[in-house]
Design a protein around this ligand. Structure first.
Ligand SMILES: Nc1ncnc2c1ncn2[C@@H]1O[C@H](COP(=O)(O)OP(=O)(O)OP(=O)(O)O)[C@@H](O)[C@H]1O
Ligand SMILES: [Mg+2]
Length: 511
């Protein structure tokens, strides 16, 4: 490397602007990344972070401005161009093909692949890289059999296989368990120690502090701050992002639960693939005016619990009662009619219809109600006012309610689901990881909204991996481990240490 290259930034974006219909996603943004540096790119949901990075990755082209890579002007027109420059991006939404193997996904779309690829040498190289970075990836595994954490590692492997040395990670830890996030962070550290450079987007302030050298904050498409990580606190960062102080404490009425609203009695769901049951003799009650938090490392039955209570999965044993009425194995529609709302863990598959408009997605559960439909006639004016009200209340950033949901930023898609489900809650709200992918301001707002549901007398089940969130929001916490409830505690009578032990399966079923 000669003298000029070593002082020249590895990435220099200058005066970049990008518009979409009705939105200025980026306006005159400058960004520089030095060799070996980690830049954290922060900002509210919809601030323009993914858009800016998608221009480096060749998915979008800037309307104006220029990009220099290693000091040379780069005309990035396609993902292949970007890859050829050594840029690799892990996208906010995974881009793997579910019914193909790891190896097939890794070489998919590579330009210089021979007509008949040498599978053995591809597999050997994957295994070698997987070992070097501790990725534990089997080249022959089919993607849809892998957990999200494993899929994330395949995305990373794809980048290193293709020789990327400028890594762009768009909210890589948003869908990971704390353990998986920790592993991912270690992998990235190995890559950095080899001299690679990285830009990473996250809403988790502790990761910013731990990882990055430099922080750049976007607000409404423009840069509002660039600083050294060492000079700022998480509170400063939250403030820079939303332009005000974030409270980190919430208002609530005193805990005064009513009668039992939802009762789950000795429910077991067998694993169709064999092995231990997904839900193993689970019993719990949620009262009116109460938030029951479910703690545990993801994959210990939380999702199945939410799914049996919403009629999406059948119980093999046990019963579910709502208001004392047996609802066991009723249809999802019957659960909706009984007043159950559901914020699902897998939003892509279950929460949203991307090609439909924001307004239609918001109203999806209202069509059957008298407010909106009269026979087959839909009351369009009411529908419009209804959607506008939710867009406003939940601060959903969209040009208008007619925009297709797929064009919204990740966090704003999430807010659309939250708005629909929280608004339509008719007594029971099942919220699974509701604050995933939300910025700090929106996280605060959604927690406040969940508490408001409880204050209005609804029964809430809140599944979260963040003990801090559960301790802040829930009244009682039940801990799940390997499909079982390890114990339930009043928030006031427990602490992080006890809950942590229960999460690891170390405490027998008690109180
Ligand atoms: N393909 C597209 N078509 C239309 N609008 C788009 C498109 N992609 C992004 N936008 C808009 O550009 C703006 C910035 O979106 P972007 O995805 O960059 O936000 P973000 O900062 O990544 O937010 P988040 O934290 O929610 O992921 C948003 O208003 C979004 O709706
Ligand atoms: Mg984004």
């Amino acid at each position: 490397m000669n003298q000029t290259q070593s002082v020249e930034p590895i990435v220099r974006m200058e005066n970049i602007s990008k518009r979409f219909p009705g939105v200025i996603a980026n306006e005159s943004v400058d960004l520089t990344l030095m060799q070996g540096e980690v830049l954290a790119l922060l900002g509210e949901n919809g601030a323009g972070k993914s858009t800016l990075m998608n221009m480096l990755a060749g998915l979008y082209r800037p309307d104006s401005g220029s990009i220099h890579i290693r000091g040379t002007h780069a005309n990035i027109q396609s993902p292949q161009d970007s890859m050829a420059l050594g840029i690799g991006m892990v996208h906010q939404e995974f881009m793997l093909v579910g019914n193909m193997t790891v190896a097939e996904n890794i070489v998919l779309g590579m330009k210089d692949l021979p007509f008949v690829p040498d599978i053995d040498s591809i597999n050997a190289r994957i295994i070698e890289l997987s070992d070097r970075y501790g990725l534990k990836v089997d080249p022959q595994a089919v993607i849809h059999d892998l957990s999200v954490g494993e899929q994330q590692r395949v995305e990373i492997l794809k980048l290193v296989y293709r020789g990327a040395d400028i890594l762009i990670l768009d909210e890589p830890t948003a869908v990971l368990t704390p353990g998986e996030s920790h592993e991912l962070n270690n992998i990235v550290k190995i890559m950095l120690s080899e001299g690679k450079s990285a830009i990473f987007i996250t809403h988790k302030m502790d990761e910013v502090i731990e990882f990055s050298d430099k922080v750049q904050v976007l607000r409404r498409g423009k840069t509002v701050n660039i600083c050294n990580t060492a000079d700022v606190t998480p509170k400063d960062l939250a403030n820079m992002m939303v332009g005000r102080d974030v409270l980190f404490s919430l208002d609530r009425c005193p805990y005064n639960p009513g009668g039992v609203k939802l009762k789950v009695e000795q429910v077991t769901v067998n694993n169709p693939l064999g092995g231990r049951p997904l839900l193993d003799d689970v019993s719990l009650e949620i009262h009116r005016g109460e938030i029951l938090g479910i703690a545990g490392v993801a994959g210990n039955g939380q999702q199945q619990l939410a799914e049996v209570i919403t009629g999406l999965v059948r119980c093999d044993r046990g019963n579910i009662y709502i208001d004392g009425m047996d609802k066991t194995n009723n249809t999802p529609l019957s659960f909706i009619k009984a007043g159950v709302s559901h914020i699902p863990a897998d939003r892509g598959a279950m929460g949203i219809v991307g090609d439909m408009s924001v307004g239609e997605n918001l109203a999806m559960k209202k069509y059957r109600t008298k407010e909106i439909s009269k026979g087959v006639v839909i009351k369009k004016n009411f529908l419009r006012m209804f959607a506008d009200k939710l867009i406003d209340t939940f601060s959903i950033k969209t040009p208008d309610q007619g925009t297709s949901v797929k064009y919204l930023s990740g966090g704003n898609i999430q807010k659309t689901i939250l708005a629909r489900e929280i608004d339509s809650c008719g007594g029971i709200l099942i919220a699974v990881y509701p604050s995933r992918g939300l910025d700090v301001g929106a996280t605060e707002a959604v927690r406040q909204n969940i508490i408001a549901q409880r204050d209005q007398g609804n029964a809430v089940l809140l599944v979260s991996e963040e003990l801090e969130e559960l301790q802040m929001v829930a009244d009682r916490i039940a801990v799940m481990f390997e499909g079982k409830i390890m114990g339930t505690r009043n928030v006031k009578d427990t602490n992080t240490e006890e809950l942590g032990l229960m999460m690891a399966g170390a405490v027998s079923r008690g109180a």
